[in-house]
Design a protein around this ligand. Structure first.
Ligand code: PLP
Length: 379
């Protein structure tokens, strides 16, 4: 059976060139990047190059990039690190009700430490309201954290406008851009953000490796304490092979961003059209105007999304019902509930997340098999 992969918001296939980039650091130049001998300096050179490649993709300068173990750590470092650097009891953070758990649970952690958090609601398209954000800002706010693109529905938030608002009030601004980087153009200067999280495995880089952009002049933020690595901003011997792979994934993404996002967007549109035409009782959950090109989230009336995903898996099609981090719970998606979906719609959804590896034939195969599977489950 041919297996088809439509779960790229969970993770992506490692690009073969990324693997080639990583192998020498695992095999030959395995030095510790802090060592002064040849082995160490070769590793250091690989990291320096990767730092530039990451910076180039997001319009940063290389000394503003801190390598982390992925998006989760970058989010934790941004929120907990900034709270540690500039917060005091009673300080407040503003975020949204639809953030990834990496941000959500960092906020819950800080609430236990005495900070308060405002969770902005979203409209039926998953977007925050800038007026509500403006109204919720007060003197106690130390950080605003709003994701660039949502992992479940693909809605893109008005981050540039929100960051401008934060700047006008002298408040630091973080964006979780884990699902956006490598899929749509992301430029830290254009967005006007102070901190930005990204993760390699969402755009054909290695798992367990990401970065936090920290605008120069920002205090802290430190999460992991120890040696003097990453200019004292993230301790621990660096995973040079993964970092080199992340850099290569960034340069590949930069070179093909426009073409791949156009291609992936056309596949997504073909899928959406096919499902809309052939399956009744559905609801497409996203923002039409501001969304990622690769994500399609659909609720199927009267159907359990998990069962439908399992049935698709049996015919070789891999999709998910939402965030991979929540796949062990049968809870309805809090993102869809926040968007005003009913419990039935929030449990009866599928997320198709595509990449440039997908083909038109794969889309047609889903459109062929889906109507009967949905009808079978409804019966
Ligand atoms: N933020 C968002 C929006 C995500 O989608 C994810 C992963 O799904 C993360 C953060 C966590 O990234 P990582 O898997 O690299 O820890």
């Amino acid at each position: 059976m041919k297996h088809i992969y439509f779960d790229n918001n969970s993770t992506t296939r490692l690009h073969p060139d990324v693997l080639e980039e990583m192998l020498p650091y695992l095999r030959d130049t395995y030095g510790n990047a802090s060592s002064i001998h040849w082995f160490g300096q070769e590793a250091r050179r690989g990291m320096d190059r990767a730092r530039e490649q990451v910076a180039n993709l997001i319009g940063a300068s290389s000394d503003e990039i801190v390598f982390t173990s992925g998006g989760t750590e970058a989010d934790n470092q941004a929120l907990i690190g900034i709270a540690d650097a500039v917060g005091k009891p009673g300080s407040r953070i503003i975020t949204t009700a639809v953030e990834h758990q990496a941000v959500m649970n960092s906020c819950r952690f800080l609430e236990k430490k005495g900070l308060s958090v405002t969770y902005l609601s979203v409209d039926s398209q998953g977007r925050i309201d800038l007026g509500t954000l403006a109204d919720s800002i007060g003197d106690d706010v130390i950080l605003i954290s709003i994701m660039l693109a949502n992992n479940e529905v693909g809605t893109v938030q008005p981050v540039r406008e929100a960051a401008e608002l934060a700047k006008s009030k002298g408040i630091l601004f973080h964006t979780d851009a884990v699902q956006a980087v490598g899929r749509i153009p992301v430029d830290v200067r254009e967005l006007g953000v102070d901190l930005l999280s990204l993760s390699g495995h969402k755009f054909h880089g290695p798992k367990g490796c990401g970065a936090l952009f920290v605008r120069s002049g920002i205090p802290g933020p430190v999460l992991i304490h120890g040696g003097h690595h990453e200019r004292r901003r993230r301790a621990g011997t660096e995973n040079v092979a993964a970092i080199a792979g992340l850099g290569r994934a960034c340069s590949i993404a930069a070179a093909r961003l426009e073409d791949s996002s156009f291609f992936v967007g056309s596949l997504r549109d073909r899928l959406e059209k096919g499902i809309t035409e052939r399956v009744s009782g559905i609801k497409v959950n996203t923002c039409r105007e501001h969304r990622l090109p690769n994500t399609l989230n659909v609720s199927f009336e009267g159907v359990d999304g998990q069962l439908l995903a399992m049935n698709l898996d049996l015919v070789g099609i891999a999709v998910s019902t939402g965030s991979a981090c929540q796949s062990d719970t049968r809870e309805p998606s809090y993102v869809l509930l926040a968007m005003g979906c009913s419990v039935g719609q929030a449990t009866g959804c599928l997320r198709f997340s595509l990449s440039a590896d997908n083909t038109g034939e794969e889309i047609d195969r889903v459109i062929d098999v889906l109507p009967d599977l949905v009808e079978g489950l409804r019966r």
